[in-house]
Design a protein around this ligand. Structure first.
Ligand SMILES: [Zn+2]
Length: 114
């Protein structure tokens, strides 16, 4: 798997964490359990550091998808897209494509072969 895809997946993880922190009900839930929500600034900073390392075209594509989907980039496991559960064409699994970032033809999410 290419380094830039790894970065993109890490970026998505941060986005999910940041989104959860912004979610007031999650915050309330955590606080009720006795946890204090801290580190949003650090996460946001880490996100922009990470984003700076990702090629602009790839980042733009991710940002566009992330606006539509909770998860924009997914690993391929089995023969289905884990975003929309539509079966992927067998061509996806050919050796030539293994290092490429693939696109689900049904939902448009980015898929990588881990
Ligand atoms: Zn899909």
């Amino acid at each position: 798997m290419k380094e830039e895809y790894r970065l993109l997946v890490a970026l998505q993880d941060l986005d999910i964490m940041i989104r959860e922190m912004h979610d007031a009900s999650t915050t309330q839930e955590f606080e009720n359990m006795g946890f204090k929500i801290e580190g949003l600034d650090e996460l946001t900073q880490a996100r922009s550091d990470l984003a700076a390392k990702i090629p602009t075209m790839l980042l733009n594509r991710y940002e566009r998808l992330a606006g539509h989907f909770k998860v924009a980039i997914l690993p391929v496991t089995g023969d289905k897209c884990l975003g929309c559960f539509v079966k992927l064409p067998t061509s996806f699994f050919s050796a030539a494509l293994r290092t490429e970032l693939l696109t689900c033809e049904n939902c448009g999410r980015m898929l990588y072969i881990p």
